[in-house]
Design a protein around this ligand. Structure first.
Ligand SMILES: [Zn+2]
Length: 414
């Protein structure tokens, strides 16, 4: 039986969302959380974008140091030879890639304006794939953008060509959220049976079905004899109506009727981190968690009406499908209501030492503390809000990596 793996794309689809973004340090902390949860791969950024270069390199260093291990760090780029070469020029150590090209007639006509045929699309993808492999990519996934509006015959041909030239996975992108669980099940199953390669399922929420379509697609892949890789984002943040939410997707895989024992995760996910990662993403993106968000919303375990409250007090299973403790909820949170010292971009050594002292961080010397403070100031410039404890501790522990993350160097741009 095939298994289901999670590839989280918060640091790619999430940050490319209109009006939203993360600092490079926030992206790094996100990778650390995803690794701690046991997510298979983080699509950690854009290796052809100059301002990502130091961030991507620094995160690959963290992987080598064992800090970001065993998670895979995958870069996303367009399936063109030029982009692949640029990616390896900027980030020579990159190991995992997803290369993307549009496959629907709508997009082939609408984006390439008659200059490309379907055969050209396959040829471009194959050339990019071969160059990526020759430049040292260990794994390359091939993405069919707008796959849900692409005819099955062409999808099969495209995926078969990707497999033949060494792609490790085929990513089926429901780019516009057009699929329903019924349609995606049939299509993914047909691809799995006919092409015989692991399938990534990338769904959007334009019709409110991102999670449902993702798990239906995964079922299709497994019924077709293949592993499934679901693309998620934390809190479902992504283009337009968003992507499949990480916590909701894992809950759906592990708790929904008929999945247990048949359609299972290939790597366990530590759901006790759910609350923490959801809160961090909410703070970092500046987007509140909806009150009715599965698992992590304020109302996910709240009961008021007489019948429900009475029932849940007698036995929580009367009205709760799973427990808040499984998601790392239940601890009382302390909110400072008196004097507060924050570490900011114009902060000084006294306030900074106070903040770090509260977290029981001690510096070997005043010089050492000054060095970390300087990095914290820069981190505040990029975040424009007080850093969270995990960020401050990260900078104190890995100052050299932090220095790299904070390096954008626009003066180098020609
Ligand atoms: Zn997307």
């Amino acid at each position: 039986m095939g298994k289901i793996y999670i590839i989280d794309v918060t640091n790619r689809d999430g940050v490319q969302t209109a009006r939203l973004g993360l600092s490079k340090l926030e992206k790094t902390i996100m990778n650390i959380y995803l690794n701690e949860m046991g997510v298979f791969q983080s699509e950690f950024g854009f290796p052809t974008t100059k301002h990502e270069t130091y961030y991507l390199q620094a995160n690959l260093e963290l992987a080598e140091m064992g800090v970001l291990k065993p998670i895979h760090l995958g870069g996303w780029l367009r399936a063109t030879v030029g982009d692949v070469k640029t990616a390896f020029k900027y980030v020579p150590g990159i190991k995992h890639l997803n290369i993307s090209i549009s496959t629907s007639d709508q997009m082939i006509q609408g984006k390439f304006l008659g200059r490309k045929t379907r055969d050209d699309i396959i040829q471009m993808m194959v050339e990019a794939l071969e160059v990526a492999r020759s430049l040292g990519a260990e794994t390359v996934g091939v993405n069919a953008e707008d796959a849900s509006r692409t005819g099955l015959d062409f999808l099969l041909k495209f995926a078969a060509a990707a497999k033949e030239h060494g792609a490790i996975r085929f990513r089926y992108c429901d780019t516009l959220g057009y699929d329903s669980p019924f349609s995606i099940y049939e299509t993914i199953r047909a691809i799995a049976e006919n092409v015989g390669m692991p399938i990534e399922i990338h769904c959007h929420g334009d019709l409110g079905m991102a999670v449902a379509s993702s798990i239906a697609g995964a079922k299709g892949a497994i019924d077709g004899g293949q592993d499934a890789y679901i693309n998620t984002t934390v809190n479902g943040i992504g283009e337009r109506a968003g992507n499949a939410d990480l916590v909701a997707t894992v809950l759906a895989i592990t708790k929904s009727k008929g999945f247990e024992g048949k359609y299972e995760l290939g790597m366990p996910i530590d759901m006790s981190k759910s609350w923490e990662i959801a809160k961090f993403a909410s703070y970092a993106f500046g987007v509140p968690i909806p009150i009715n968000q599965p698992g992590v919303g304020a109302n996910a375990f709240a009961h008021e009406s007489g019948i429900h409250a009475d029932g849940v007090l007698k036995d929580p299973q009367n009205y709760e499908l799973y427990s808040y403790t499984e998601l790392g909820r239940g601890e009382t949170e302390l909110v400072e209501t008196g004097r507060e010292i924050c570490a900011g971009e114009y902060g000084g050594i006294s306030g900074f030492s106070h903040v770090m002292g509260k977290m029981e961080v001690e510096f070997t010397s005043e010089e050492d503390a000054e060095k970390i403070l300087e990095l914290v100031r820069y981190a505040n410039v990029t975040a424009q809000k007080p850093l969270v404890e995990k960020e401050l501790l990260f900078i104190a522990e890995y100052p050299d990596i932090a220095r790299k993350l904070l390096t954008l160097r626009p003066l180098d741009v020609p």
